[in-house]
Design a protein. Structure first.
Length: 115
């Protein structure tokens, strides 16, 4: 990636890629968790959701909304280290999903630090 600031469209497409890779890894759920589980006050809803559920039902929609409404991701977006830690215990092949998440992190970093 060059040092150019990524577009909102690039970041939205990367969110689509994350969703696609979740589906390919068998981590995409058809049924939405209940409202109480999604309303957890704890970071990443760790007390009520598995990481992949949080990624699908909280991170992806909220990130998409931020990008569509404001045209910018959060200033500090670094999901890959947490994803790597969470995926280490899984039997599913999450290598491509992790790469997609790391690429989103890189896009967000370049959004604020690109020239």
């Amino acid at each position: 990636m060059d040092n150019a600031r990524p577009s909102t469209d690039m970041m939205l497409r990367q969110l689509d890629r994350i969703a696609h890779e979740m589906q390919q890894a068998g981590l995409w759920a058809d049924q939405r968790p209940d409202d109480q589980a999604l309303a957890s006050p704890h970071p990443f809803c760790f007390d009520t959701l598995r990481f992949e559920e949080w990624l699908q039902w909280k991170f992806l929609p909220q990130m998409r909304e931020l990008l569509e409404r404001f045209g910018a991701p959060p200033a500090n977006c670094s999901m890959a280290p947490l994803a790597e830690h969470q995926f280490a215990e899984m039997d599913e092949d999450t290598e491509r999903l992790l790469a997609a998440i790391a690429e989103f992190d890189a896009l967000a970093w370049h959004f604020f630090n690109g020239r």
